[in-house]
Design a protein around this ligand. Sequence first.
Ligand code: PEP
Ligand code: MN
Length: 367
Amino acid sequence: MSANLQFKPLSSGIKYDDQKPLIIAGPCSAESEEQLLNTARALKNLNVDVLRAGIWKPRTRPNSFEGHGIKALPWIQTVKKEVGLPFAVEIATPQHIEEALKHGVDILWIGARSTVNPFNVQEIADALRGVKVPVLIKNPINPELALWIGAIERIYNAGVEHIGAIHRGFSSFQKGKYRNEPLWQIPIELKTLFPDLPLICDPSHIAGKRSFIYDLSQKAMDLNYDGLMIESHLDPDNAWSDAAQQVTPVRLAEILSELKIRQATSDDALFVNKLEEIRSQIDRVDHELIEVLAARMSLVEKLGEYKKENNVAIFQVERWNEVFKSRPEWAAKMKVHEDFVAELFKLIHLESIRKQTEVSERITVKK
Ligand code: PEP
Ligand code: MN
């Protein structure tokens, strides 16, 4: 996958102190001018850098509150004049972009339900040509990294200079603890491919429930995310959308003050030395790990030859059931996570089958 896009830090597109994470907060939806103004006043006193509110709301079912639309744009102008913070809204169509920019919206974001649709993203990208405001791109609702990257590339190719990605979790058929599965490995892979792409966590839409917001935010900080987008409402229980996941500004202040912000790295000589020492030990262990895998694969090869000579099938289900059962059990006794070892042996199994098939074909060709 191509990774040669160049991203600028968000602090060159949004004014904030980039020695700390970017904090975007505000209600899920703009409900009235008064609500927006009072929330903004409360958030201004916290560490909040950018206000947010949805005015076009993509709702799963019709007959839910779908946002006030353009009627809410003058409210945003009033809030900006009074509170002086930049304001972010979700856009999904060229008309939304035009209206939002006409009314001085500072940051646009593409919602999870738009990111899934390349036609929709391309239409948005075409409308963003020449636009100067930062654009944040939420992950698609389904766990597909390529779709997220595709949306980022389309917006990038339209010449948008300040781009960020928002991780808001992924929908899944099986309902778990969270409203949307975090699947942290997906944003981590995105960050590995695009190290300078600013990455923001939206713990509110991952959680679906306000009691999880703190832990998810801390996890994002531990993973060195560049910012957080948190939904905050003056009276969450009576919010017109996403009531269960919003926190009051008072609770948000507590969450922000309790977060432990990790440093990306440290220049301290003692720390650097120790880090190098542990990393070289890890390098050695990884080398041994590969030697052990090579030894396993050469045994597998021998096994393949032996099966072939005796006309026995490569795959014996009972044997693999036994392997899949025993290895995680051994792992648990050594305090290695069982699920991790189970996954690892699925890969080892595939490679063992591939190897034996290769051996079997070689022997056939020889005859
Ligand atoms: C939102 O931020 O209110 C929203 C609708 O988010 P998402 O696109 O992540 O569902
Ligand atoms: Mn919401």
